[in-house]
Structure formats: C-alpha cells, structure tokens
Design a protein around this ligand. Sequence first.
Ligand SMILES: NC(=O)c1ccc[n+]([C@@H]2O[C@H](COP(=O)([O-])OP(=O)(O)OC[C@H]3O[C@@H](n4cnc5c(N)ncnc54)[C@H](O)[C@@H]3O)[C@@H](O)[C@H]2O)c1
Length: 325
Amino acid sequence: MLVTGGAGYIGSHAAKALSRAGHRVVVYDNLVAGHRGAVKYGEFVQGDILDPSMLRSTMQKHGVDAVMHFAAFLDVGESVREPVKYYRNNVIGIVNVLDAMAALKIGTLVFSSTCATYGEPTETPITESHPQRPINSYGESKLVAERAFPHYERAYGIHAIALRYFNAAGADPEGELGEDHSPEIHVIPRALDAATGGEGLKVFGDDYPTPDGTCLRDYIHVTDLADAHVRAVDLIARTGKSGAYNLGTGTPQSVKDVIAAVERVTGRKVPWTLPPRRPGDPAVLYASADKARAEHGWSPAYPSLDDIVRTAWTWHQAHPHGYHG
Ligand SMILES: NC(=O)c1ccc[n+]([C@@H]2O[C@H](COP(=O)([O-])OP(=O)(O)OC[C@H]3O[C@@H](n4cnc5c(N)ncnc54)[C@H](O)[C@@H]3O)[C@@H](O)[C@H]2O)c1
C-alpha cells in the first residue's frame, strides 16, 4: 500500500490503521508539511508526487498494488491567495499518481477529498448528492480529481473511492501520533494552544444565523477517518466498487461548543477575541454519513467532542512543540 502524504496528520494515522489491519505500508512524502517522526508504521521514502519518475519507480520497486493519496495542500485561505500552488500540487499531483497507477496496472485508489467540494451548502446535513460547487481553489482542486476518476476507471480499470472528510480532529488514542501543522489552521489545536498560554483564539464572527452566532462544523476523529480508509480498500477488493462518501459524525458543533469542550477537558480558560467574519466561511457545514455507514459498515468510535478534544489534549501535553519536542 503506497500512502502518499503518510508523514502528515491524517496519513500517519491511516498508515497505523493499515499496518494494524495487516497491510504492508510504504509512506511517500516530501516532508513539505509532514514529519519524519510521524512515520511510525511502514517504510519511508522521501519523494515528491510532482516527480513522476520517482513516484513510478517507488511503486514498481515496492510491488505496490493499492494507493492512498493524502499528499496535498489544504489551507483554504492560502488557496484563494495562491491558486497556482493548489493547481500544481493537488491537481498535477493526482494526475501523476493516476498516470503511474495506469502504467503499472494498479487498480485501487483511496483519495482524500473534502466537504470543501460542496461550496456553500444549499441544505444540511450535506449528502453525497448535494451539488458540488466549490468556492475556492482548494475545493476545486479536489473536485477536479474526483471528476477524473470515472474516466480513469473506464480507460485503465482504476477503482477509486473518494472520502470527503469534514473537520478532521483529535489524535491517536494511544498517544503515538497527533496533529502538528505549521502554521496551525485548525480550531481545536489552536484552542489548546490558547489554553496553555499561546496566542489567544480568534473566533471569526458571532453574528451567523446559528444558535450561538458562531459557525457550526462537523468534527470527526482522525482515527475514525483512518478506519474508514481501511474499509474503503476492503470494499474495493470485495466489490470493485468506486464511489464517494462523506465522513463526519453528523452532529454540528459551534466554535463556542469547541471552546467549552476545551475548557472542560483541560480545566483551563481559553482566551479568545472576536475579529469579523472571514469571507467564504459558510455558517453551517455538517455531514450525513449514512452512505458510509450503510456501505462500509463504518461508524465513528469517537463521536463525542469531549473525547476528540481529550485525545488532542493528551497529545498536546506530551508534545507541546509537536514532533519536534
Ligand atoms: N485536515 C483536515 O481537516 C482535512 C479535511 C478534509 C480533507 N483533508 C485532506 O486530507 C489530506 C491530508 O490532510 P492533513 O490534515 O493530514 O494534511 P498534512 O499537511 O498534515 O498532510 C499532507 C502531507 O502531504 C505531504 N505532501 C504535500 N505535498 C506533497 C508533495 N508534492 N509530494 C509529497 N508529499 C507531499 C506533506 O508533507 C504532508 O505530510 C489532504 O489531502 C487534505 O486535503 C484534510
């Protein structure tokens, strides 16, 4: 199993789940955002998905027969300012992966997609049949890939499952792996940092049409995401089925809910300020994950926000500077 981006947050957890399920894992990552210390399962190859010949020779050398593609950039705000980065890394990157797979007759792909492919929701919870109209180049770059899959399946026999994650959160419950982005763009690690004396948390707007005025999101535990990847590979092996699946808990949580959970779990106050809304932040985003439940037999083992925050807090306490100490 080749895991591109396996030195990153979600990929490292998936590599662990795959190893535990008996797969032989090769992590392929250029470490632009990942960490060598996050590769605790499988063999590590330092390489770039923008290097087609290295990608292909790595797949060949290791006898890869399935690929999980996590390697990408994922900062929505940056994607608005610098779309070229997102088209280059995310679009050309997946094309290189598909090319190598086609050349080597590798027929199984699990792809990290995102709720950002839906854009501004017209109804919630969001199901897989909700229109996909991304409002930034990040979401667009993932949708381009999803749209390519049926063509590659018809021509080259590549079966692809796109998993559309909502907000990945939490850390390995066994404490081996966690979230270490730089800069950190996600609210739970930022709230934990604020609770421990770091920069205060910024709550972007409290005048949304939601019960407490802050945005509602769907936080899904990273170990539950990892589990869904293992199930997706099994599903392709058993049925040859391609498709797209939402992964979320289906429970919307506000930014103030997150602050309250962090305060409950840590026993500390989270200092926060209230800058205005950011352009492009929908008020409400949460998933219907009924399709993944029905077809993968998947259901989140850590659906409670407090449990998600607790695992992130355990990781944060043990690794206040992430993988670097
Ligand atoms: N974190 C979330 O909440 C979230 C939500 C929806 C979708 N996703 C998707 O999940 C995937 C993983 O996200 P993450 O949070 O683990 O991010 P991450 O930045 O922690 O991991 C991405 C990994 O890919 C590697 N990478 C990037 N470009 C590369 C390249 N050109 N060649 C080789 N390696 C490269 C990075 O070094 C990093 O290790 C991404 O595709 C992202 O779009 C994440």
